[in-house]
Design a protein around this ligand. Sequence first.
Ligand code: FES
Length: 157
Amino acid sequence: MSLVEHLRPEFDALRARYPEGFDSSLVLPCLHRIQHERGFIAAEDVKPLAEYLGVPAIQIEEVLAFYSQFRRQPVGRWYLQFCRNVACSMKGAERLIRHAGDKLGIRPGETTADGRCTLDTVECLGSCGTAPMMMVNGRYVENLSVESVDRLLGELE
Ligand code: FES
């Protein structure tokens, strides 16, 4: 049974809360639910979800490509997403990303061999006033420095 099929009762309940003809509005909440269940959105999730919602599969792929909240691969226990957009870059994001990668022995897009950390980069997270910043498992960590990155990495089990 596909994950979409497994979640179908929940999706049906969600669908009942939306006006008829707005099934494409369910793409985001359904993807969030799939990611919560699996940890990421697998390629095999896209077609069954598209069929369930009656939308083109490309519409789901576009959503997945646009929103950095959605992961297409399994990630480590700690998912580190460094912002690399303008404000963060101007305040040294690249240096911090390189530093974190050197400490972990991985490059952006990779996961440590023990599955502890995945390092990634994202575009602006809307916290430019506290640049440079990152998200760790969805939580903002702001005003980063080499020292605070070191401290944080030391705390992640
Ligand atoms: S540029 Fe990094 S939060 Fe906006």
